[in-house]
Design a protein. Structure first.
Length: 94
């Protein structure tokens, strides 16, 4: 199974990014889920984020994802997602 197949198995990907240590792949799926998938294969972990978003980058320690999303007023947000808790915090509002 190649990298694209692993990501597509979670519902077709947008902006997949490989973790700094190379062990995980994160991407937003077409069915509006944020998925983290083991790079060697396996079951995706879906984070409780319910808006369409694009993964921008991993944090250096691999514990958070920076995602681009929007708010109810139509502004673009950059938010950190904590992979342990699923909680988000606004990094920047554009």
């Amino acid at each position: 199974m190649n990298l694209r197949d692993k990501i597509n198995s979670s519902g077709n990907e947008y902006s997949p990014k490989i973790s700094p240590d190379g062990t995980r792949i994160a991407g937003a799926t077409r069915n509006r889920k944020l998925a983290v998938i083991p790079a060697t294969g396996g079951t995706p972990e879906f984070l409780p984020i319910d808006t369409l978003h694009i993964v921008v980058k991993w944090s250096n320690d691999g514990n958070r994802l920076l995602i681009r999303t929007g708010d109810q007023e139509g502004a673009t947000l950059l938010e950190w997602v904590d992979l342990k808790t699923g909680k988000t915090s606004v990094f920047n509002k554009l």
